[in-house]
Design a protein around this ligand. Sequence first.
Ligand code: SF4
Length: 374
Amino acid sequence: MNTVTVIYGNHPKKMVQQLIEKTDALNRLRAQDSVLIKPNIVVSRKEWTGVNTDPRVVEAIVIALKKRGVSRITVGDGAGMGYSASEGFKICGYHELEDRYGLRLVDLERDRFVKKPVPISGPFKTLEIARSVVESDFLINVPIMKAHGQTKITCSLKNLKGVMPRAMKTRFHGVDLHRAIAQLASVVSVDLIIVDGLKGDLMSETGRTPVQMERILLGYNPVEVDSVVADMLGYQPREISHIFYAAEAGLGSCELSGIRLLALNRPTKTFRFTAPPHFSKRFPCVIDAQGACCTCVGNLIFALERLQEKGMFLKGFRFLVGQKVKFRDKDDLITVAVGQCAVKNNSADMIIDSCPPTTGAIMQSVTSEYSRKH
Ligand code: SF4
């Protein structure tokens, strides 16, 4: 059974270091290898808006590579439509990494491209891939996990789009995008995936509504990593067509029962969550999340978003999350204690007694209660 490893927290450098050490993820790498790190630089906007890969995650990978004696390191990406990776690198501080570690920063849209035959069925017979990617010995995909307007989620499979020329990216949107993404995964072979799940956008790929999620994942197979991420964002992996098509083509499994999720720690009890102004207005239910870990609240937000998409009216619910919430008096609202901390301190109508409670578990409990009442 393949494993995807997750670590929770808000110290990306330490988290990446632990992930790499505990999984021995760089054991195949030789000092003389050339490594290409592919972050997700979509728009020219600061990484904390939830759109671009946090440079601290990339920096931690670079440090681990340097420790193994690797000196040929390139960080490369091609941005989304109307933006430039060069500009994104500048705004997110990637040039400081260039100076500090002597790595090469490449805007892949300015690279040369190599035509590669596509081995699986779909709209393309060949795809053009940036030469820096094709010629690297070891490719590390570092996507950010977030929502996407067209494909529901974007993570390691879709992040590969950045290795193609702009014209080819445009063509992807004129065909069956999901099939094309699966085809791309059959052409670009990735050695390691490290997912920036610190703060991803909830609504779109362009960083309007970041959600603090405080996690980083490590895996090797993009279908399996994205299946775990889909689950974390409240979707069945099969609902995301490009994941399903890639699995159908034999590129990995999208069955969660066949993927082992190994957590290196529990979410941090940092009491840092403070509700952003839009938070309570966003959903018609009552939410008390003072003192909750961001992981817990992040999973609740994703669950509520998905439940609303399914047409559920959440007005009659009250959600309690975190160590500090206290609720005793009964009223007409259905009170749901989300996570072990809230369960301990409250006599709620429904409990989700795990740490962290998954998006799937929250959705399941609320859906069953909702169907009972309606
Ligand atoms: S159950 Fe408690 S410790 Fe676990 S993630 Fe939620 S708030 Fe944090």
